[in-house]
Write a protein that binds this ligand. Structure first.
Ligand code: APR
Length: 231
């Protein structure tokens, strides 16, 4: 049985692909108010503004390419049973070749019904426009989890975190719950790393590897594939 590796990622893993993070200098939440573009209330108030925000982000994702961190994570599948648990709504992990990716905050390349969350559609066009409806006649919205909405696959993710023998957390500020709470489920005996440019808090038992994802993650992956410890 291949060893289980959980790779838990946030916006920082895609920063070097040109996608903005949320809370860093120049991050999205410095430009936009969360309650306007990432909440059910904002959607009710001004769906057109919300659609434009995600249409713009989707254009950026379509123009972006996976970076060395995404590729290194995919390369681990050669030796390990890898589960990528991501807070990101971009598809760069899949485009880099990762085959087992769980998006806990949704996926920007998909749309969903405003009245029935189970009605999810792959997007044929790079934008969602007002007037585009689901099969139940409701306005289509981005398939993204907004603040105040239920995060997905948490039971499954808790199971993966509590059974992994290696965990690497990359490019997340660990400030948004319940996703940030997953790191607490890691086994004491697991080999655990946190990769980030900076870290306000390093979860118990995790070793902090300061640096850019596209530099540090390939190093960790090479070491693991060669049977060595990264530090
Ligand atoms: N390499 C590694 N880490 C990086 C890099 C990089 N090139 N660039 C930035 N970082 C780090 C920052 O230091 C920060 O700790 O990535 C983290 C990004 O944090 P956030 O912007 O808070 O993003 P994230 O943790 O993914 O946000 C969680 O919040 O807004 C919601 O739903 C949204 O999924 C998102 C959630």
């Amino acid at each position: 049985m291949a060893e289980k590796v959980v790779v838990f990622t946030g916006a920082g893993v895609s920063a070097e692909s040109g996608l903005k993070t949320f809370r860093d200098m120049g991050g999205l939440w410095n430009e936009y108010a969360i309650e306007d573009v990432a909440s059910p209330e904002g959607w009710r108030r001004n769906p057109s503004a919300v659609l434009s925000f995600y249409n713009e982000r989707r254009q950026a994702v379509l123009a972006a390419q996976p970076n060395a961190a995404h590729r290194a994570i995919a390369s681990l599948e050669a030796k390990f049973d890898v589960v990528v648990i991501t807070q990101n709504i971009d598809d760069l992990h899949e485009r880099a070749g990762s085959t087992n990716v769980i998006h806990v905050h949704g996926e920007i390349m998909k749309a969903r019904s405003s009245v029935d969350p189970s009605l999810i559609y792959m997007l044929a066009n790079p934008t969602i426009q007002l007037g585009e409806l689901c099969e139940k006649g409701s306005q289509l919205r981005p398939d993204v989890v907004w603040f105040g909405e239920d995060v997905r696959f948490m039971e499954e993710c808790l199971g993966h975190f509590s059974t992994a023998s290696r965990i690497i957390t990359v490019g997340t500020s660990l400030t948004v719950y319940p996703a940030a709470g997953l790191v607490k489920k890691a086994r004491f005996s697991a080999e655990k790393y946190l990769v980030s440019l900076e870290a306000q808090k390093v979860p118990y038992g995790f070793r902090f590897l300061r640096g850019a994802a596209a530099t540090v993650v390939p190093h960790v992956a090479t070491c693991w594939l060669e049977g060595r410890k990264p530090v």
